[in-house]
Design a protein around this ligand. Structure first.
Ligand SMILES: *Cc1c(COP(=O)(O)O)cnc(C)c1O
Length: 394
């Protein structure tokens, strides 16, 4: 028996697609660049251990995560990979971060001092990345004030300044602003490479930070396009979404394939009469006799309530509209067309993904929800089993 027959809804992850997307990213950035694979939020809902394992086999160089818990999740899959914490660290997290040799992102001198103190106590040299705020307005030292604190961090005896990076807030739709950010970042690097301004520190060699990065998926797909010089400035790329191949607003990129499908099953088929209302709030009222299918997924599974009366699903390779409000565990769809006359309980329903010649992308679901594909993927809840298809290595 196919094990998914027991599931009312489930996620399928294609390792073949993931492998292809990783090869595409590698081809795009070349052999010499390092790939920092962002696997935060349970690898964007795909399942952290499985995706981290596949990416380790696929040859990524560094992992990026949001939390210490996620970092330890990557560690548990395979020893030895460098892991960068993309968020700031709470004081209470510092001891374990140093103990497990997780690289923190440093955005303040206070943070740097806390890590220095703990690394000294544990008699370690801790690799760290500093972040420069060139326009995201979130983490990092503001670029105009970044040089002095970064020099002080570089002089801390138990910290090893391994990387420096920044982040694009609008890479997908404002390349001009992203390029301005690149210039701000370049100026910081340039000043750091100049001799130390203080006479007593002149003996310090000019600072060269080994790893420099900025590009998230949109940056990699748009900002880098046609600008080979960028590949000399940034020797690490930091994509997340590109692995799953859902472009935010960019046209779909040939060579990247969706990795995730969100599927469900028909749990009941029934006829309703004209005037019958459907679901909570009675927001849909049938104006004629209809046949409807009750589908075994709802907002408790991460099929958002914002999809009520707007989304479509695929059954037998055809689009069917969602009727009325999505409920916690079920969603009602229109199957009045003649092809569904013999529709059976248990038939597969695709909420996101391909079926026959039709496909619903995360970008399309996001548009119905008035959100972004990142949120669609990361909203699929723990209740939904993840099923992995294909081999992790060629
Ligand atoms: C999430 C994240 C990324 C990856 O972004 P995508 O848009 O998914 O490619 C890169 N860098 C940082 C700092 C992030 O937080």
């Amino acid at each position: 028996m196919n094990p998914t027959e027991l599931y009312r809804c489930w996620v399928e992850v294609s390792f073949n697609a993931l492998r292809g997307n990783l090869a595409w990213i590698r081809g795009r950035v070349g052999r010499r660049a390092k790939i920092l694979a962002v696997v935060k939020a349970d690898a964007y809902g795909h399942g952290l251990p499985q995706i981290a394992g596949a990416l380790m086999q696929g040859g990524v160089d560094i992992f990026g995560v949001a939390t210490l818990g996620e970092a330890l999740g990557v560690r548990a899959v395979g020893a030895g990979w460098p892991i960068l914490l993309l968020g700031s660290s709470l004081p209470a997290e510092i001891e374990a971060t140093v103990r497990h040799n997780i690289m923190p992102t440093i955005s303040s001198l206070d943070e740097a001092r806390r890590f220095q103190r703990e690394a000294a106590r544990q008699k370690k040299s801790l690799p760290v990345h500093v972040k420069v705020d060139t326009g995201m307005g979130r983490l990092g030292f503001w670029h105009e004030e970044a040089v002095a604190p970064i020099r002080r961090i570089a002089a801390m005896p138990n910290l090893r300044l391994e990387g420096i990076y920044t982040h694009f807030p609008s890479a997908e739709d404002d390349v001009a602003f992203s390029l301005e950010q690149v210039e701000r970042f370049r100026r910081v690097l340039h000043q750091l490479a100049a001799p130390h301004p203080s006479a007593t520190m002149r003996h310090q060699p000019p600072m060269r930070i080994p790893l420099r990065h900025a590009e998230n998926s949109a940056g990699l797909l748009s900002v880098r396009e046609g600008r080979p010089r960028l590949g000399r400035l940034f020797n690490v790329v930091r994509p997340g979404l590109a692995y799953w191949s859902c472009q935010p607003t960019l046209p779909s990129v040939a060579g990247l394939q969706p990795t995730l499908s969100f599927k469900s099953r028909v749990i009941l088929v029934k006829r309703i009469t004209a005037g019958c209302s459907i679901s909570y709030g009675r927001t849909f009222v049938a104006d004629r006799p209809m046949r409807v299918a009750i589908v075994g997924a709802g907002y408790g599974d991460g099929y958002s309530r914002a999809l009520s009366n707007r989304a479509q699903v695929l059954i037998r390779g055809r689009r069917c509209r969602v009727l009325g409000r999505v409920t916690m565990d079920q969603t009602i769809v229109d199957v009045s067309e003649p092809v569904f006359r013999d529709l059976l309980v248990g038939e597969e329903v695709v909420l996101l993904g391909a079926q026959g010649r039709e496909a619903i992308t995360a970008t399309e679901v996001a548009a119905w929800e008035e959100t972004i594909p990142w949120e669609v993927l990361t909203s699929i809840t723990k209740r939904v089993p993840r099923v992995y298809i294909g081999a992790t290595s060629a």
